[in-house]
Write a protein that binds this ligand. Sequence first.
Ligand code: AKB
Length: 323
Amino acid sequence: MKRVLITGCLGQIGSELTLRLREENGRDSVIATDIRHVAGNEVIESGPFEILDVTNKARMMVLARKYEVDTIIHLAALLSAVAEEKPQLAWDLNMGGLVNALEVARELDLKFFTPSSIGSFGPGTPAVNTPQDTLQRPTTMYGVTKVSGELLCDYYYQKFGVDTRGVRFPGLISYKTEPGGGTTDYAVDIYYEAIKHKSYTSFIAPGTYMDMMYMPDAIDAIIKLMKAEPSQLVHRNAFNITAMSFEPEQIAASIRKFIPDFEMKYDVDPVRQQIADSWPDSLDTTCARNEWDFNPQYDLDKMTKDMLEKLTNKLKNDTVVRH
Ligand code: AKB
């Protein structure tokens, strides 16, 4: 991973991963790409940046050759709720982008990472302590693209020897860049509203358990998996990983430890609730722990404390900048 091309670098994961890799390996170690340019954005200003629509394979190839990258980290994709609104676009972008990125990796002999998700599971999957290898029959377009992506990455490894690696991310919670269009996004929105209004109206119903993880643990996981010796890996793609499983009342209770008068209300969105109900409650992460030492550091309260501190500062600075 000396020089990495990242797609979707302005998204929730890409924005933090780009900065972290540049911090560790130098500004030119990451070629950040996204379909859009945002003036003044730290990710764009802090090193090489190129516009890239991942459905354009020729341009992806030109950029990979131009910068002589040795790794592709392919993050550009539509998330679950948006994918349900625009299923054809989700298929074209999530699968078209992935095939292009895998082809560039195959032709140029590059290492490869792409995330799968808890969305790759469905209502028939064992919901509690979901095994690494189990039934995957998702009922969402997002899930269909994620399972297909897992299989395709396995295929490129077995057939062409491409060094493909990946994890099944749970809901990711972070304060730098907001997620867009996911089902687990309530667990990010809640912190913004807790700080701004001491109140949040959840679109996910009480009692709905989903796996979650704080972004620093997610970034560590990507870097650790990419550095793992190939001989250690029995499962190369789509390792189950998670740091905590909670339902809305539990995250509200955690916030109340720091904001005692925080109030939680509900206005359930049937589409996102149905998606959440089809996903596991809690994943078994044994394979990731054994094969490449996955070891998350944040539990719910530790994450809440850090989120509230960092987000409060960020919102203050945003207000100062706007004035
Ligand atoms: C989503 O909610 O769509 C994502 C995911 C769990 O993959 N955060």
